[in-house]
Design a protein around this ligand. Structure first.
Ligand code: 5GP
Length: 184
């Protein structure tokens, strides 16, 4: 892997607003490229293969782990998620700033292996607000919501392992904060 200062990890609990923040970053800066992860979870309504994720089987995921084709991978709420290594390398070499929007365990793996990558942890204003955001999103059933919330407690406890922590009160302010970090 080359020039890992160009690798930016956005992490934080499910529902904190990572996706919305990332969308704004991509709209505002065409030098940023978002990595498309592979997952074993089923597509949600409106999600597209190759755009939101590569939706693959458990067997294929395990095969990719064996072949060391992931930069990192983790199990989250009953499914596997991983960052394909080859495209990340390719885009860094092309000069893009490569953004990963991933959960906390995978982000920790990258920080341990590549400390020069830049990591930003998004915190919710409160646990109550996080629950409200997950519920308002309306994409998960009750048992999946419960899994995500219980994991959030433990994820929030490791926010100090990352380079920067931003509280996502307001998307525009958070996006400004991320740009300030990237450009500095
Ligand atoms: P969701 O099912 O809501 O799309 O994603 C669940 C969690 O997995 C989110 O926190 C998301 O950021 C994270 N995630 C997505 N792709 C990856 C990946 O490639 N690796 C890891 N470690 N987490 C991922």
């Amino acid at each position: 892997m080359k020039n890992l200062k160009k690798l930016i990890i956005i992490t934080g609990p499910s529902g904190v607003g990572k996706g919305t923040v990332v969308k704004e970053l991509l709209d505002k800066d065409k030098d940023i490229w978002l990595s498309v992860s592979a997952t074993t979870r089923s597509p949600r309504m409106g999600e597209k293969n190759g755009e939101n994720y590569y939706y693959i089987s458990d067997e294929k995921f395990k095969d990719m782990i064996d072949k060391k084709e992931f930069l990192e991978w983790a199990q989250f709420a009953g499914n596997y998620y991983g960052t394909p290594l080859s495209t990340v390398n390719e885009k860094i070499e092309m000069g893009f700033i490569v953004l990963l929007e991933i959960e906390v365990e995978g982000a920790k793996q990258i920080k341990e292996k590549f400390p020069e990558a830049l990591s930003i942890f998004l915190l919710p204003p409160s646990k109550e607000e996080l629950e409200k955001r997950i519920r308002n999103r309306g994409t998960e059933k009750e048992d999946a919501i419960k899994k995500r919330l219980s994991r959030a407690n433990f994820e929030i406890a490791s926010s100090d392992k990352f380079d920067f922590v931003l509280t996502n009160h307001d998307v525009d302010e958070t996006v400004k904060g991320v740009f300030k970090i990237i450009k500095s």
